[in-house]
Design a protein around this ligand. Structure first.
Ligand code: M6R
Length: 609
């Protein structure tokens, strides 16, 4: 949470930093701020509560010359989202500017010491202590000063620091949270992720735990906290600015929903062999390792947890392994019975979610093998896992996850089929047939997308509701959860997803005359039972909106509205049923006049506990 950017080069730093912040705003939008340092040592800070647009309005027309800048978009932790808590924070003399992502857990002790020594605190944040500590300790070497401060900090942080006396140096440091270096020609960058600088360079380098980066116009030096230089590999980012922009859509989410067919093709690409079977070297497991797996535990949060649930059905069916799916925030504090023969799959779009990261560390400490399924190359979770399977969904900017979830589900199906292929639990011809079905999915998703007009119309009629229920069975159940999560987070409508068979055990009491109930009911072995459940809620006055397969008339007598999807194998239906749920939630939010990309109180990458 929070987006940070730092720049040193030949361009107008304000423009570069604001451009980076625009792309990082999905990480937090409680406030925004910039600091720009001019060649003659004038350090100017501007910051403003609210979205970046507020800051842009505040600084419009102000002269802020300089070729060194740092910037921040905030997701508030310490102190409310006000102007005075917005970053950058300054020391008493105004010589030092600091932006920070994370939480400094021992800040109260540090503040007490600073106050005793006469420093005046001007914000409620934990961040400000760093500026004052730099002020106290700086003796002409900013990087050494930051290293010494990092040694005294507890918690998680990415810090980016500028000093009035160092007009060609930005210093950044990281512990537990993401920081990436952008390597340019005569200019260099740091950012929370590559979108911060993708408009200027596609060469990047990840920063590892407890490393400090000195960013100068001429180059970048990375050291550990003792000051020893650490060499590292750079990598090329294989997407460009266009991928990180709205491309004519009103919201990123709408664009990302539309991108799903292409994203699925990317996820599948290069992983299917000529003989029609799978090739997943990325798992870094020998065939014997795979045969030795005795159980699978999938850990994830939010929408990624729902992808994990879909994965459970696929792995159990195809690879015949016992699978548990756990919310990472719970798993990390439990005593799970796992060990060397357990494969833990950590599903995370960002690869930075704090709960999932800690769950990965917990699993590895118990000797389990951890596979990260993530969209973000070089992310902390991918680096700390034994292996990473990249979902290749491309940048996802909207807070609500769409193409990331879709590509995670594809990845989970691939893992399920690969384990089945290697363990011999499915005949090779059957694996080939399932892979052939997966190859058809991009076209089927496109077909669903092409039919979404009626869903947008339906959204108008749901915009005034204050409660919506979602029902599904089998793989429809995770989609009921996902549909409810999307509607909650985007439209602020109270929404709950249930396994349809469970409603008679309590939730059916929620049904009143006209309560909208969205039923995920594609053609499936359990469909007759699901139809019974639809009748049960309808008999109690529910307004039923049913997602059903083309040509299936069994549900129509019980549906007030039918949303049609093309036919596919029942295990793969989440890949199609999810699409109307995404479109519906975005359209309801728009009908309610809400910001679809930046829903209140949320941030895309949840790097706090
Ligand atoms: O980056 P991650 O996949 O680890 O994020 C997990 C959740 O925070 C995320 O899926 C969240 O629930 C979505 N933004 C909801 O749309």
């Amino acid at each position: 949470m929070c987006g940070i950017v730092g720049y040193v080069g030949g361009q107008d730093a304000l423009e570069v930093v604001l451009g980076g912040l625009r792309r990082l705003e999905y990480r937090g939008y409680d406030s925004a701020g910039v600091a720009v340092l001019s060649a003659d040592g004038v350090l100017t800070v501007e910051r403003k509560a609210g979205k970046l647009a507020n800051l842009e309005k505040q600084i419009a027309g102000l002269p802020l010359p300089g070729t060194l800048g740092i910037g921040h978009t905030r997701w508030a932790t310490h102190g409310p989202p006000t102007d005075h808590n917005a970053h950058p924070h300054l020391d008493c003399s105004g010589a030092v500017a600091v932006v920070h992502n994370g939480t400094i857990e021992n800040f109260e002790v540090l503040v007490a010491g600073l106050e005793l020594r006469g420093h005046e605190r001007r914000s409620d944040t934990d961040t400000e202590v760093v500026a004052h500590l730099v002020e106290e300790r700086y003796a002409g070497d900013l990087a050494a000063t930051v290293r010494s401060i990092c040694r005294d900090l507890e918690g998680s942080f990415v810090l980016v620091v500028a000093h009035r006396d160092e007009p060609d140096l930005v210093v950044a440091a990281r512990r537990n949270l993401p920081l990436v270096i952008g390597l340019g020609e005569g200019e260099n960058f740091v950012g929370s992720d590559v979108t911060a600088f993708i408009a200027h360079t596609r060469e990047a380098r990840a920063v590892e735990q407890d490393q400090v980066v000195e960013v100068r116009r001429s180059g970048v030096t990375v050291t550990d906290l003792a000051g020893t230089v650490v060499e590292g590999e750079s990598y090329h980012v294989d997407w460009d600015t266009a991928a990180a922009e709205k491309g004519g859509h009103e919201f990123f989410m709408l664009k990302e929903i539309e991108e799903q067919p292409a994203a699925i093709r990317e996820t599948l690409g290069g992983r299917l062999q000529e003989d029609g079977l799978l090739h997943l070297d990325e798992l870094s497991m020998s065939d014997q390792d795979i045969r030795d797996i005795e159980q699978v535990v999938i850990i994830a949060c939010g929408s990624s947890y729902h992808s994990g649930l879909v994965g459970k059905y696929a792995l159990e069916r195809w690879a015949r392994l016992p699978v548990q799916v756990e919310m990472a925030s719970e798993f990390r504090y439990r005593d799970p019975v796992i060990g060397r023969s357990t494969l833990v799959i950590a599903v995370s779009q960002s690869g930075e979610t704090a709960d999932t990261l800690e769950a990965v560390r917990h699993a590895r400490s118990l000797r389990a093998k951890v596979l990260a399924v993530t969209n973000t190359i070089g992310s902390t979770i991918s680096r700390e896992s034994d292996a990473a399977l990249y979902t290749r969904g491309g940048p996802e900017v909207a807070v609500a996850s769409t193409k990331a979830v879709m590509t995670q589900m594809i990845a989970m199906y691939l893992v399920g089929l690969y384990l089945a292929q290697v363990r011999g639990t499915r005949d090779p011809d059957e694996v080939r047939a399932h892979l052939a079905d997966l190859r058809e999915v991009p076209d089927l998703v496109q077909e669903v997308l092409d039919r979404m007009g009626s869903v947008r119309t339906l959204a108008q009629s749901l915009a005034t509701e204050d409660r919506v229920l979602f029902l599904g069975r089998h793989v429809g159940y995770p989609m009921a959860l996902e549909g409810a999560l999307k509607l909650k987070e985007l439209a602020y409508i109270s929404a709950e997803g249930f396994p349809a068979g469970e409603i008679k055990h309590g939730p059916i009491a929620l049904i009143e005359q006209g309560t909208p109930v969205i039923v995920i009911a594609p053609r499936h072995a359990l469909q007759a039972k699901l139809i019974n459940n639809v009748q049960e809620v309808r008999a109690r006055g529910a307004r039923t909106i049913v997602i059903a397969t083309d040509g299936d008339e069994s549900v129509t007598p019980y549906a007030d509205t039918v949303i049609r999807i093309p036919d596919t194998k029942s295990l793969l239906t989440p890949l199609l049923t999810i699409v109307p749920l995404q479109v519906l939630s975005a359209a309801v939010a728009m009908a309610r006049g809400l910001d679809v990309d930046q829903p209140r109180n949320l941030a895309k990458s949840v790097t706090v506990e």
